[in-house]
Ligand binder design. Sequence first.
Ligand code: PLP
Length: 235
Amino acid sequence: MRARIAAACEAVSRDVSSVTLIAVTKTYPASDVLTLARLGVLDIGESKDQEARAKLAELAEMAAFAEMTEPAELRWHLVGRLQTNKARSVATYAHAVHSVDRPKLASALADAVESATRSGRRTAGPLQVFVQISLDGDPQRGGVPEDGLAELCDLVAEREQLRLCGVMAVAPIDADADAAFAKLAELSERVRGAHPEAGAISAGMSGDLEAAIRHGSTHVRVGTALLGRRGPTFS
Ligand SMILES: *Cc1c(COP(=O)(O)O)cnc(C)c1O
């Protein structure tokens, strides 16, 4: 996978260090997270709070994991649609949420981080936030529509418990990935106009990471191409 990312970067003269690999371990066992951590892959992506928590608990009980120096350095990224009532839980362990797509969720996360930090359940500092954009306007798949993007980014940037990193999107099914990610790059630039620090782009999965890297992705979220085909899902 590192070689594939390196080749994609080289094809467009980008430095490989400008792309962070997030291993999406949804539906895979906690032991796979351990394996990844041993290989130095410390950015772990999960779709669901419940599954992430279960894996954290399992890892905490694994002696092999406890002996590693890295466990505390694992960074958990939530990449799936998130209900507001999960904010309190997510705030205790997450490094980043890539799927913030509405003001209510942003506020709930900020409040939850504040409260978790005050009570000592969170020591990681501000929560990194990627605002998820809907590229096809389909509300079912998550993402803020283009016309709500600026307002949502402003709201995230205003909260000291959150750090606006940039934007995220999933290429629409049946759409041309290059066109989708070109559009995302354009929206990212618009966001950066108001928030220069929010230059990250979370885009690219197993099937389309080359296209995403061509269009400036800084965070690729890869599951199946790293870990093999997913079995039946938990949900
Ligand atoms: C599952 C998932 C991924 C990883 O997908 P693969 O095709 O397995 O690489 C990336 N991003 C999101 C939002 C996902 O839900």
